[in-house]
Design a protein around this ligand. Structure first.
Ligand code: ASP
Length: 322
């Protein structure tokens, strides 16, 4: 009896070990917690395609949007840790624990880090026929029309939400915000004139800025962005101390076997050296992180320090969601 039980237990371990050795033997899904066609979607598709070359399996992107990205993150946190469901998320994973009173997951405990991916600049943009010509005029206009100006974002916890919150705190106004499931659909409405302005990542806004479909006021990085070099930084245009970049990372559910994690880390590092990823990223105003940042240790440390960094800022701004 005991012998049979032992044999049973051993065979379970054996099957698990073989499964980890064979990994990946089928399609992998990367969950993007925002709508298709937006900035996170764009970054994820480029990286996933390159990772699939290294893993020898198809890597598909699944958009699980809503509630500022928290629905998609929760889905991965509660998924089976077998290496077949992954997450690509950004800075919002570190602000949500302070923004949401009832978050149903702990990003540090329920996700295993694979590595950092990229740091994307943001741009403050408006619909084409919005009256202000530059940042100085934008601030004056927004203050004078604060009851009618609308700001689009991708929900509480999105990067566009964080940037908007910092903008409003910086200029001392509180505006009506219009939440979308991602800045992909928000951009469609901005171009259609249904909302007035937003702050969104260059990975979504570059084609529209270059195509003259929206007006750009500033980039949110300390230095100008190479691919958009005629746009001033927020600091240069008068928003003192205003700086935000959108770091991205990749995670697996907590408990994913080490053999799978090792392959995923190698595949991410491979993808971030891929010439197509590097050149597409550059066109969109960003670049891959260095190889030593594309590691579990770097992402683990970064996530913890970002949660600690944003908590007091969000508390001071007094913004909460349930
Ligand atoms: N990254 C989001 C998206 O892909 C937008 C945001 O975070 O503001 O739509």
């Amino acid at each position: 009896m005991i012998k049979r039980l032992l044999a049973g237990i051993l065979s379970v371990f054996f099957v698990a070990a073989v499964a980890a050795q064979d990994y990946p033997s089928r399609t992998i899904s990367v969950i993007v917690p925002f709508a298709a066609g937006g900035p996170t979607d764009t970054v994820t598709r480029l990286v996933s395609q390159a990772m699939s070359k290294s893993l020898g399996q198809t890597v598909i992107v699944e958009n699980v949007a809503g509630a500022g990205g928290t629905i998609g993150v929760e889905k991965v946190a509660k998924s089976k840790p077998d290496g077949y469901t992954l997450l690509l998320m950004h800075i919002g994973i570190s602000t949500s624990p302070s923004l949401y009173r009832n978050l149903r997951y702990d990003p540090v405990k329920e996700l295993d880090p694979i590595g950092l991916v990229t740091n994307v600049p943001m741009t403050i943009i408006s619909k084409k026929d919005f009256p202000p010509k530059d940042m100085k005029e934008l601030v004056t206009y927004v203050k004078a029309n604060k009851d009618k100006v609308t700001y689009a974002n991708a929900g509480v916890g999105a990067a566009s939400h964080l940037c908007g919150m910092l903008f409003m705190t910086n200029i001392g106004v509180d505006l009506t915000t219009v939440p979308y499931k991602g800045t992909g659909p928000a951009m469609t409405d901005l171009m259609g004139g249904q909302v007035d302005f937003m702050c969104d990542q260059t990975t979504n806004t570059t084609p529209q800025i270059k195509g003259g479909k929206v007006k750009a006021y500033a980039v949110t990085t300390a230095q100008r962005v190479k691919s958009l070099s005629d746009i001033p930084t927020a600091e240069e245009s008068g928003l003192k101390g205003f700086e935000v970049t959108v770091w991205h990372g990749m995670w697996a559910p907590h408990g994913t076997p080490k053999a799978a994690m090792d392959k995923l880390v190698a595949a991410l590092q491979f993808a971030l050296k891929d010439p197509n990823v590097i050149s597409k990223f550059a066109e969109l105003g960003t670049e891959p992180v260095s190889q030593d940042q594309a590691t579990p240790a770097a992402l683990n440390a970064h996530l913890k320090s970002e949660i600690a960094k944003w908590a007091p800022i969000i508390k001071k701004a007094g913004v909460y969601a349930d």
